[in-house]
Design a protein around this ligand. Sequence first.
Ligand SMILES: NC(=O)c1ccc[n+]([C@@H]2O[C@H](COP(=O)([O-])OP(=O)(O)OC[C@H]3O[C@@H](n4cnc5c(N)ncnc54)[C@H](OP(=O)(O)O)[C@@H]3O)[C@@H](O)[C@H]2O)c1
Length: 391
Amino acid sequence: MALIEMNILMKRSSSRREAASRSRSSRYKQERKTGKTLRSVPQLEQPPTEATQHNSVNTTTESLKISNMADEKQEFLELNNGVRIPSLGFGTWQASDKELEDAVEHALTAGYRHIDGAYAYENEKALGRVLKRWIDSGRVKREDLFIVTKLPEVGNTPAGVVKYLQRSLDNLGLSYVDLYLVHTPFGYHERGEDLHPMTDEGVIDVDMGTDHIAIWKAMEDQVEAGKTRCIGLSNFNEKQIERVWTSAERIKPAMLQVELHLYFQQKELVNYCNSRKIKVCAYSPLGSRGSAKLLGKEIPELLENPEVKKVAEKHNKTPAQVLLRHTIQRGIAAIPKSTNPGRIVQNFQIFDFELSPEEVASLDAQDQGKDGRILDFKFFKGVEKHPEFPF
Ligand SMILES: NC(=O)c1ccc[n+]([C@@H]2O[C@H](COP(=O)([O-])OP(=O)(O)OC[C@H]3O[C@@H](n4cnc5c(N)ncnc54)[C@H](OP(=O)(O)O)[C@@H]3O)[C@@H](O)[C@H]2O)c1
């Protein structure tokens, strides 16, 4: 079933790819003639200098469409230090080592170059094994990959930043990552190797002294030490981001990764981030269908939304592709996760169609505001006691 699904999708996408490639090639010729867009594109290989970290801001609000990567069909966002990130990435949460190794093989073959990991997903070593195979065999260059990982809650201290980034690098077998994120605004006390340490009372052992400003200084040090090209935040609210942004003397946050999808569009937070030149990355862009068990509750089925289905039919696309396209068209990155080969390919085939302003408006109108949030982190019992909760 999965293979049939993949074959159909690959055939369908290959003829679209040819058509899109023809139109793109004439656009690039045009761009070369006029000197627009290409001139504003920094070299991916260039490490950020101190000057670009301080001064360079993104002057383009649209995704950049460049054809110099392994799969010429990607779109990119330019971060506030001039570094480019593929706007579609691959999620790795809730996948066993074996599932992840297979899935990342499929993802890299399909053309994904941005991979979203985290120390707390406990599968970085598996990801590292696949990256090593691809880099060693010359199928991909390190500089063509955009690897993201995150500081776990037990590492939410300045010393934790140093320790856990080095551990992630060792797990991944890399000397640097492209983006390092503070995973959550709240922190836990370290108790051995337990990522979710519990007290004798059966609640999570929250560290009431989490200091975002001190943590951020340690994050800045990691860029200067060459261990990450960019730094950012995840699950932080506007007030928390503003505190970090204002205090950041050397490097401003480049990216905010938050839950964002059809029912939780985060319009105010995205506007705020735009005003601060912080790019946004949408996690759970398909509604995290696999998390029902973890959350112990029913999860709304975004893929069954009638408006999404209507738009999908019109474009001969799947509901998942429409949901991803809707996010990407807002200038927001998205990191869908799948371990199914057909769906991995399908989720990548979103650069050969465009939603009309009317379709965008009809999808924008599906937003449910705060009620649309799926992941509130209350599955960590007692996390509500942390002073930085809710976020
Ligand atoms: N920063 C954070 O705190 C945070 C929190 C959550 C997630 N994340 C990141 O964001 C990534 C994505 O979020 P997520 O995993 O919560 O949810 P998601 O990507 O919205 O949804 C994943 C689920 O959708 C299914 N799926 C994928 N493609 C599909 C398609 N085309 N049609 C139908 N179903 C499809 C997957 O099942 P199959 O595998 O069977 O296809 C899986 O159950 C994570 O993997 C992680 O990297 C970050």
